[in-house]
Design a protein around this ligand. Structure first.
Ligand SMILES: C[S@@+](CC[C@H](N)C(=O)[O-])C[C@H]1O[C@@H](n2cnc3c(N)ncnc32)[C@H](O)[C@@H]1O
Length: 317
């Protein structure tokens, strides 16, 4: 079912409260958008300012921003969130995911290393995914995720589990429709699977992970940070890494339907940032130069900050 279909089905009940003018059959696109905004408002549980302040304090430790639905409530109460709120380009990544997969029902989702569940909460909240389980090892962030799920009426749809992820887990986990594995696997060899990555090297390790994911899901939303010495045990020039991952994914049997540098998504927009896998990129030249020229490295880091080191891939079976 397409997104509009999902929204119109999911939103059947609140329209009764809004009267005849919201009959979708005769609505223009403009009115349709207004009705979705109304739907979003109805699904947020109103919290006291004190509860919001507590949640905002917990959210300071999160890697991602709070979900859109909840952010409105913080803003209305004047509760200030932390200033590094979207340090890792989560909103840009989400935009690329929803624009690329907007017509795909993502069904049952596993979100590996999902932190406080930003992507799961947004995808379930928007009706793109039916249910999600977020796996992470930080109990504090999982608890934040649970609270945000409850505050946005998603407590029954998004679950949070304290579970370490490694290659064995990926090989043995149950099959689901979609796996989100964002910014986790560049830590393999350092935070987990240390011996495995040391023995086989990170590229072969990634290949095994991607082959295992092939047996487990139809859609894989995958992201990595290609910064400094990470991923470890990968003796390949850093500026070649983003494109190399495309060839590893294809060798593992995946079709790469989107790949973009996160900074470029933020700067150029979702579509223009896509396809770095096919085109020669000026950025690659700059990255290549910066490896051997400290001055270029300094200029590059000044202009791009952290986001330029992160890459997003959307893979389909
Ligand atoms: C860099 S953050 C990425 C968060 C989120 N996926 C995103 O892209 O916005 C990595 C997350 O993985 C978690 N993590 C680290 N090692 C893990 C492991 N072995 N199993 C599960 N989670 C892990 C950390 O607690 C952290 O929340």
């Amino acid at each position: 079912m397409d997104v509009e279909g999902q929204f119109s089905q999911a939103s059947a009940w609140p329209f009764k409260n809004f009267g005849e003018k919201h009959d979708l059959r005769n609505e223009s696109m403009h009115l349709y958008k207004i009705t979705i905004a109304e739907l979003i408002r109805t699904e947020v549980i109103i919290m006291s300012t004190e509860d919001l302040v507590n949640l905002a304090n917990l959210a300071k430790r999160s890697y991602s921003p709070v979900p859109f639905k909840l952010k409105g409530q913080f803003d209305r109460h004047g509760v200030v969130l932390h200033d590094r709120e979207d340090e890792f380009g989560s909103r840009s990544r989400l935009k690329a995911i929803t624009e690329t997969l907007g017509n795909t029902a993502l069904g049952e989702v596993y979100d590996l290393g999902g932190n406080a569940g930003y992507f799961s909460l947004e995808l379930c909240g928007q009706g793109l995914a039916k249910r999600a389980t977020v796996f992470d090892t930080s109990e504090e962030l999982l608890e934040l995720g649970r609270q945000m799920a409850n505050a946005t009426s998603l407590g029954d749809q998004v679950h949070f589990l304290n579970q370490p992820i490694d290659l064995d887990f990926i090989k043995t986990m149950p099959a689901v429709d979609t796996v989100i594995c964002l910014n986790l696997l560049h830590h393999a060899g350092i935070l987990f699977d240390v011996e495995t990555v040391r023995k086989m090297g990170w590229e072969t390790y990634l290949y095994h992970c991607l082959v295992a994911f092939q047996q487990k899901c139809n859609v894989l939303i995958f992201g990595v940070g290609l910064k400094g010495k990470k991923p470890t045990n990968w003796p390949i020039a850093p500026f070649r890494r983003a494109r190399k991952i495309v060839s590893v994914a294809e060798r593992a049997g995946w079709a790469v339907v989107y790949d973009a540098n996160v900074l470029e998504i933020a700067r150029l927009g979702v579509r223009k940032a896509d396809n770095s896998r096919k085109k020669f990129r000026f950025k690659e030249l700059v990255n290549g130069l910066s490896e051997s020229t400290p001055l270029v490295a300094r200029l590059k880091n000044k202009s791009s900050g952290k986001l330029g080191d992160y890459h997003l891939y959307i893979l389909r079976n």
